[in-house]
Design a protein around this ligand. Structure first.
Ligand SMILES: [Cu+2]
Length: 114
C-alpha cells in the first residue's frame, strides 16, 4: 500500500499528469506530498510536521522496540510497529492532528495540515 502510493507520487512528479488518481485526490491548490516521520530513540522526528492538504505521511519505526502512532482525537491509529515497520495516513482535511505512542504515552507529535 505505502509503496504503491509512493510510486504514484513519483510517477505524478515526473509526468506532471495531474492529481486525479486514487487517494491522493485533493481539493486544495497546494501540491500533496508524501512526507516521512522517523520514530527514533523514543521520539517522533520531526515532532511537528506541516503538510499540504491531501498529503500522505509515513511513519517508520527506527527503534529496536515497538511503537504505535495513535491520533489523540481518534482520526488514525496504527497497529504495533516493530523495527522498520511503517504506518501511513493520508490527510484530506486541514487541521492540526496531535498524536502519541500508546505504548509510551510521553512520546507525542503532531501533523499540521494546511
Ligand atoms: Cu513508543
Amino acid at each position: 500500500m505505502s509503496t504503491a502510493v509512493l510510486l504514484a507520487v513519483l510517477g505524478l512528479g515526473i509526468t506532471g499528469s495531474g492529481f486525479g488518481t486514487g487517494n491522493l485526490t485533493a481539493s486544495a491548490q497546494q501540491k500533496p506530498e508524501t512526507m516521512e516521520v522517523k520514530i527514533d530513540n523514543f521520539s517522533f522526528v520531526p515532532g511537528t510536521l506541516t503538510v499540504p492538504v491531501g498529503s500522505t505521511v509515513t511513519w517508520t519505526n527506527r527503534d529496536d522496540i515497538t511503537h504505535t502512532v495513535v491520533s489523540t482525537e481518534g482520526v488514525f491509529k496504527s497497529k504495533v510497529r516493530d523495527t522498520d515497520e511503517k504506518f501511513s495516513f493520508t490527510f484530506s482535511k486541514a487541521g492540526t492532528y496531535p498524536y502519541f505512542c500508546s505504548i509510551h504515552p510521553k512520546m507525542t507529535g503532531k501533523v499540521v495540515v494546511q
